[in-house]
Design a protein around this ligand. Structure first.
Ligand SMILES: NC(=O)c1ccc[n+]([C@@H]2O[C@H](COP(=O)([O-])OP(=O)(O)OC[C@H]3O[C@@H](n4cnc5c(N)ncnc54)[C@H](OP(=O)(O)O)[C@@H]3O)[C@@H](O)[C@H]2O)c1
Length: 265
């Protein structure tokens, strides 16, 4: 095993073109890590890479990747390998939600979201695991406070995040101290997420002051390096995640429906 303190860290961040992923890129760059930035919007990634290189004297590589495609994870892995880059940390951040009643929504976008939020996340974790283990590296999977209970009006999204949380905690236990593993479970956060999910009318976000992606990323970075396994930024989000454990599931699900449904519905 290599001594991590003597190894230059290189962190691959998916979904780095905006929101929490971009903010995490700033945090890791500030900490002196080299970066590989992946998402679909290549010009945004390239601009971010240049900024981070200039600000922090690190190397940042932008790679275009569509992780909704069935072979998206493999193609990203191959592109990283082709550039001769060894990844010592993986941040599986790319993801989105879809808002609406299950009976009214279209299947194809939901299957694409499941591919991105779950299947590609697992595939990337599998593909990069030898590098992470070899370098006593880091794995940060972005789940959500949605992971702790069912989510009427975003039923599939909540289920994908429950999957991410369960998967991440399980492999953290298997890996022990070999790889530092953390599931990040943010509550609603101001980012491109609300536009993509078309959820501006949801009571979850309408008229609320949401934490910024920068606040969430800074908190996540501290927690990862402090050895947390599951990190829920924000005292209220933490409290809610705990309280559902002592409340009947049917009541929890009803409450989430009241908190999530379109305002006025
Ligand atoms: N914001 C919230 O309220 C909130 C709360 C809890 C958890 N989260 C989670 O936090 C993570 C980041 O979301 P965010 O809030 O930062 O949202 P965001 O601002 O919309 O950012 C999403 C990122 O994912 C990338 N992405 C989307 N589709 C992709 C695809 N097919 N292939 C590759 N990359 C793709 C986007 O880049 P391109 O469009 O350029 O591909 C973008 O960089 C997600 O996993 C989300 O579920 C968010």
């Amino acid at each position: 095993m290599t001594n991590p303190s003597k190894t230059q860290r290189t962190i691959l961040i998916t979904g780095a073109s905006g929101g929490i992923g971009e903010a995490l890129a700033h945090e890791f760059a500030k900490g002196g890590a080299h970066l590989v930035l992946a998402a679909r919007s290549l010009p945004k990634l390239q601009a971010l890479a240049r900024t981070l290189e200039q600000q922090h004297g690190i190397q940042a590589t932008a790679i275009q990747a569509d992780l909704e495609a069935a072979d998206g994870a493999q193609r990203l892995f191959d592109a990283v390998e082709a550039q001769g880059i060894t990844v010592t940390g993986l941040v599986n951040n790319a993801g989105y939600g879809l808002f609406g009643e299950f009976t009214d929504s279209a299947l194809a976008p939901e299957l694409a979201m499941m591919q991105l939020n779950m299947t590609s996340l697992v595939a990337l974790t599998k593909l990069f695991m030898p590098d992470l283990r070899q370098n006593r590296g880091q794995l940060l999977n972005v789940a959500s406070s949605a992971a702790f209970q069912p989510g009427p009006y975003m039923a599939i999204y909540y289920a994908t995040k429950a999957f991410v949380l369960s998967f991440t905690e399980a492999i953290a236990e298997e890996l022990g101290s070999e790889v530092r593993v953390m599931a990040l479970c943010p509550g609603p956060t101001a980012s491109g997420f609300q536009d993509k999910a078309a959820m501006h009318d949801s009571a979850l976000v309408k008229g609320k002051r949401l934490p910024t992606a920068q606040e969430v990323a800074a908190s996540a970075y501290r927690a990862l390096h402090g050895g947390q396994r599951v990190h829920i930024p924000g005292a209220m989000n933490w409290l809610m995640a705990q309280s559902v454990r002592f409340t009947p599931r049917r009541m929890v699900t009803w409450l989430v429906a009241q908190m999530s449904k379109p305002v006025g519905a």
